[in-house]
Design a protein around this ligand. Structure first.
Ligand code: EPU
Length: 454
């Protein structure tokens, strides 16, 4: 049973026929506050399993992915309470009664695979469904498995599940072929109680990795080097680990999405509750395109843009490079920039899912394998659009806000995974957006003449 002070309308996995109706053209102005980092919170929730007792995490966004992770952890026997007002989640792991993460949940959210590292540490055994691929790419988990084997876990893969057992894990040197975020995190969790030192080389350096290391260290673990390419985890005793209270970092991808929306609409807004240092590479590219970004407080920036943007080229890379999760947003900006921009997506095989819809809005994009060549046009026009995954979906919202006329976006369940109160925040900035769930066909041309419904 999911204990929550506010059960959201969108049920886990439920596909409600909700849509966004957006009238583009209004410059976004004002202030917006960014929530906690989804990609950190999910891992901290799994890490809470390491300590018997009640751990409380603050700055937790109200998202379907958080609900799914809550269900995964509740299935293990933990008790969870989400306080919507306080934006906190309490996870009581005193009694774990199960070591299995079912396919029904893992297949809905691959991040739940992180439970493997936490369970093997706490329970010495874990049975976790293999997540399989997803819309944006193959997304294998071989580094997670090989790393756990290097630590001494015996692993069998049967019937679509990973069955891992280890009466004792022993620290090891592990080299990751790619600085995988998920593998780094899973191995950090698995190494906390391992005998001796574990060294993860070519580790992911994302801010979410540092957040997890800080969380684990606050619990009593001994993790150093997070944020660099080599992380060392000195194993501690189970009795050293205790429940904690912890506040997660702000969501840099949510922040980057609003920054893009402000720039796209030639607006001017303050983005609060962010760590600007987490967005250095992205900020630099926005400035090169012609946006202005001013640091006004240590955790707030003012973003603005007056003129047509310049085109740029970029390659997505692991942190601190250009974040793949903001690639689709930057592509939207390039669709109407002056000149030709080239994007190379180096992390995922299929992360240009937004391209067909952007073309329907009038964008001139040529795609060749993992390269996209975008020739700026004068303007985009509103269209019927469909969110194919989280970030592609969010980029279509930005495109709709920038375009002439009305856009209708469906498949919002993808967007709801990662953006809390998306339309409320956009409305606060003056954007014209509504969520509706009737089946009325909206005549886009008619909508242009009659704006009263927005
Ligand atoms: N990879 C492998 N084998 C592995 C692990 C990864 O081949 O064992 C490959 C993947 O297929 C991918 C690349 O390595 O091509 C990078 O994957 P990584 O493991 O770093 O990504 P992840 O942990 O699955 C997290 C975020 C993603 C974000 C990536 C990269 C979470 C829950 N997800 O995924 O976020 O794109 O890191 O920064 O933390 C999103 O929020 O929309 C999102 C997809």
């Amino acid at each position: 049973m999911y204990h929550c002070s506010s059960i959201r309308d969108v049920k886990i996995g439920g596909i409600l026929p909700e849509k966004f109706k957006i009238k583009g053209g209004a410059p976004l102005k004002g202030e917006v506050s960014i929530g906690g980092a989804k990609n950190s919170v999910l891992k901290l929730m799994a890490a809470a399993i390491l300590a018997k007792g009640e751990t409380k995490i603050y700055n937790v966004p109200d998202l379907t992915d958080v609900e799914i992770m809550s269900s995964v952890i509740e299935d293990l026997g933990a008790k969870i309470f989400y306080d919507k007002q306080q934006k906190s989640i309490s996870i009581d792991t005193t009694n774990l009664t199960c070591i299995t993460a079912k396919y029904e949940l893992v297949s809905k959210m691959r991040a739940s695979f992180i439970i493997l590292g936490a369970l093997i540490t706490r329970c010495k055994e874990a049975i976790v469904a293999l997540p399989g691929g997803c819309a944006i790419g193959e997304r294998r988990v071989d580094f997670h498995i090989k790393g756990l084997e290097a630590l001494g876990a015996k692993i069998k893969i049967e019937n679509g599940y990973v069955h891992a057992k280890a009466s004792k894990l022993v620290g090891a040197d592990i080299y990751l072929d790619i600085p995988s975020v998920g593998a780094t995190e899973n191995l950090m969790l698995a190494a906390v109680l391992a005998e001796g030192a574990t060294r993860i080389q070519n580790a992911a350096q994302e801010p979410e990795i540092i957040d997890l290391a800080n969380f684990l260290n606050t619990m009593g673990a001994d993790v150093s080097g997070a944020g660099t390419s080599e992380i060392v985890i000195n194993g501690v005793k189970a009795s050293d680990i205790h429940p904690i209270e912890y506040t997660t970092i702000p969501d840099r991808i949510e922040a980057g999405t609003y920054m893009t929306a402000v720039v796209a609409t030639r607006g001017k807004a303050i983005i609060r509750n962010i760590y600007p240092g987490h967005l250095t590479f992205f900020n630099d590219k926005l400035i090169k395109m012609g946006a202005s970004i001013k640091l006004i407080e240590p955790t707030a920036i003012e973003v603005s843009c007056k003129n047509r943007l310049n085109s740029i080229n970029f390659v997505t890379q692991p942190y601190p490079g250009f974040p793949t999760d903001l690639q689709s947003m930057a592509m939207v900006l390039l669709t109407t920039a002056d000149g030709v921009g080239i994007i190379t997506e180096s992390l995922y095989e299929n992360r240009f899912m937004q391209v067909p819809d952007l073309r329907r809005m009038g964008a001139d994009i040529h795609q060749d394998r993992n390269h996209a060549i975008i020739k700026g046009v004068k303007k985009l026009t509103g269209a019927n659009l469909s969110a194919s995954d989280l970030r592609a979906g969010a980029s279509l919202v930005v495109a709709g806000l920038m375009a002439d006329g009305i856009s209708v976006i469906e498949n919002l369940q993808h967007i709801d995974r990662g953006y809390e109160n998306f339309e409320e925040k956009i409305k606060l900035l003056g954007g014209k957006i509504e969520r509706y769930n009737d089946n009325t066909e909206i005549n886009l041309t008619e909508g242009l003449r009659n704006e009263s419904h927005l």
